[in-house]
Design a protein around this ligand. Structure first.
Ligand code: F0G
Length: 373
């Protein structure tokens, strides 16, 4: 009795970082405080983000063969439904610490939802610039309901990013795109979680690439854990872009990026140079996948594994399947699923291959007949 009592009252600062706590996950700043640029003075603005599941996906592993193990890091289970919450708890907490009263971002949707939620929780205004007509419905709904000031521009994400960069230099608003260094600091914790669960780094990390912040953040996380000897190796970083928005693959800017995966509809990635450095350091590659390949992986994840992600996220799995000949025997692979499928119900309904029989008479005979009995 005495023993369990003393364990219960152990101060939080003495608990080691890493695996989920028996007394509940407190959000990634508290859980990984020792690895993050925060101090006692930093007001922690959190929705208890992080600690998302690493789920085995045997149907996808079977498509590859070679005795591989494949997992998905399902970051769509964060509080606003995407990995952006990891970066936003840090960016908003640090903005609050610095006395900011307003934040601004450009977004293909997820950043705007996360910025809105965390800024409002921290008592700040949130201005979000989005490309008019190219943001999935769920993301727009979130930004509006969280109370952001949503400004839809007649231009794409790249143009919106140029404008918010300039705005943050001229007006009292803090930029919370991934150019803000605290964003990547928060996002690197996803790599910590992967290692904490697997016991080491995977052989490959497959990840969708848009503005190229997240691939950079994961690499930072793996390298930091490696330095601390919490993992013995570093993964090959495999970045995947949509064919119509693939500047990291072709090496040139896309003036008019186009893809069904609107989250990664980006032609001029702000973190391009850092992502190239990651590619070289990890001996990874960038590859492009078509919209059809993205949709195939999107459906396979849902109907073969029970996992509903958004189209951009499925690019990581589509990419893995595309380059499966390069996968080494017995490899352990993690694909990052960056956002929740509920963000984009329009694409799901439009591209589902499931039967949807409507207008059935409300009686058992008719229903049984429709069931094929
Ligand atoms: N997957 C999803 C679901 C995203 O929303 C994004 C980026 C990415 C992947 C690519 O990540 O930019 O770090 O390479 N979304 C940003 C936004 C651009 O505004 O929500 P990245």
């Amino acid at each position: 009795m005495t023993l369990s009592l003393s364990a219960d009252i152990q101060p939080s600062s003495e608990r080691s970082t890493g695996s989920p706590r028996a007394n509940g996950w407190r959000g990634l700043i508290e859980e990984y405080r020792a690895y993050l640029p925060v101090s006692e003075k930093t007001p922690v603005i959190t929705l208890h983000e992080g600690n998302t599941p690493l789920i085995p996906v045997p149907a996808i592993a079977a498509e590859i063969g070679k005795n591989v193990q494949v997992f998905v890091k399902y970051d769509g289970l964060n509080p606003t439904g995407s990995f952006k919450d990891r970066g936003m708890t840090m960016a908003i907490s640090k903005a609050k610490e610095d006395g900011a009263e307003a934040v601004i971002c450009a977004s293909t949707g997820n950043t705007s939802a996360a910025a809105a939620a965390y800024a409002r929780r921290g008592g700040m205004r949130a201005f979000v610039l989005i490309p008019d007509g190219y943001v999935a419905l769920g993301k727009l709904a979130q930004a509006l309901l969280y109370g952001a000031e949503v400004l839809a521009i007649q231009g794409n994400f790249d143009r919106a990013l140029e404008i918010v960069r300039a705005a943050s230099e001229q007006y009292p608003v803090t930029l919370v795109n991934s150019l803000n260094p605290y964003r990547l600091e928060g996002q690197k914790t996803a790599a910590f979680e992967v290692v904490d669960v697997l016991g080491d780094a995977p052989d490959w990390l497959c990840i969708p690439v848009g503005n190229a912040g997240n691939i950079t953040a994961y690499w930072m996380g793996f390298c930091q854990y490696h330095q601390e000897r919490r993992c013995t190796k570093l993964p090959k970083m495999m970045g995947f872009q949509a064919m119509g928005a693939a500047p990291m693959v072709t090496g040139h800017i896309f003036e008019h990026p186009e893809t069904i995966a609107t989250a990664i509809r980006i032609g001029n990635p702000a973190n391009r140079d850092r992502a190239i450095a990651v590619q070289h350091a990890s001996q990874g590659t960038f590859n492009a996948v078509t919209d059809d390949e993205i949709l195939d992986a999107y459906r396979l994840l849902a109907s073969g594994e029970g996992i509903f992600c958004e189209p951009a996220s499925a690019a990581s799995v589509a990419g893995l399947l595309k380059v499966k000949d390069q996968v080494p025997e017995n490899a352990k692979i993690v694909c990052v699923l960056t956002g929740n499928g509920l963000k984009d119900p329009d694409t799901a309904i439009k591209h589902s291959r499931s039967q949807f029989k409507q207008g059935i008479a409300p009686d058992l005979t008719s229903v049984a007949q429709a069931m094929g009995f």
